[in-house]
Design a binder for this molecule. Sequence first.
Ligand code: GLA
Length: 395
Amino acid sequence: MSINTEIIENITNTFSQTFGEKPAHIARAPGRVNLLGEHVDYNDGFVLPAAIDRATYVAFSPTDSDQTTLIASDLNQQVSFSPPTIPSKTQLDSSPLPEWAHYPAGVMWALTEEKLSTRAMNAVYASNVPRGSGLSSSASVEMAFMIAWQTVGGWTLPALQQALLSQKAENQYVGVNCGIMDQFASACGVENHLLLLDCRSLEWRSIPLPDYVAIVIADTNVRRKLTSGEYNKRRAACEQAVQLLQKELPIIKSLRDVSVDDFNRLAEKLPEEVSKRARHVVEEIERTNQAEALLEAGNIQRFGELMNECHISLRDLYEVSCPELDVMVRIAQSLDGCYGARLTGAGFGGCTVNLVAQEKAEGFARSLAQGYQSETGFQPEIYITHASNGAELID
Ligand code: GLA
């Protein structure tokens, strides 16, 4: 069951206590885990995420006042804003919006830019997507408010358009230069399926996950900060690689257009660090090219090997891993039933994703937790997840 009744009860109670009536609606938007295609979405590549069964929930009702009041129940904080206060990132009393409120406020900003109604609402939200863990807690907040404003605004947009507007909110309002993968997965998730997205054409399809494999998420409990600048540096290195490679290959528009053979031939023309970053992207896109056929043929063994190769590449070429992620991956790969293990999301801490034989998954999770804790001293959180549906109204 991917609906968390405890969170819903809590936000409903907080809503009733604060606003003196029951909320009219509840929206839910999931986090995501990415199986293959890491750091390629902003290089026009292919990604293979799934929406997970952890999500942000918003209890909300439209109001006739022009002020939107939001409560972040996990943080026990409240803000009030309206469209005129949004560009200055302030509240109605002119105090600055706290950082957590930039996500919902950013969605309001992006919708206003599109001339879509953002009718005022009262809302209480909470999430069980751990923050800063590589599972797209931000995208899940954005998409939950996207559904809320769609509901009170009386308009409808296709899920992919909603994802693009949420990405715009994150890029231009929050100020994180992310690709489309996270918002896409939160918007378009399909139960028990992986999602294969072409980040250039935005065409996508869902691929069933065989029922004999489980997706296990292992949280190192080491936290990163995506805005720290490392992410943007990786993007800049990719752009620099394209500019330099265009001298030899004038038709390329992004690293998506560079074959592994061409890259091998031209790599020495790039500065060393740029070459490492670009090699990861070119080879990772090649791995994702093989993924669809492997999954369709049920060749989970080989697919898992691609995940393992991806981790090595993220660690040594893209340099976005950290010692704790490496320990988690090394132990996982040594355990019975594990097809593949690697860091997931932007990196620098957070979670690993593991593809594990279903009947071995419980034992795998226990042994992984023990091994990781005794080696690092950190207590991890390890759970079997289910691919879930995308953002939706659940009442
Ligand atoms: C973050 C970004 C995504 C993507 C991943 C890395 O999650 O938000 O757009 O770039 O990192 O694959």
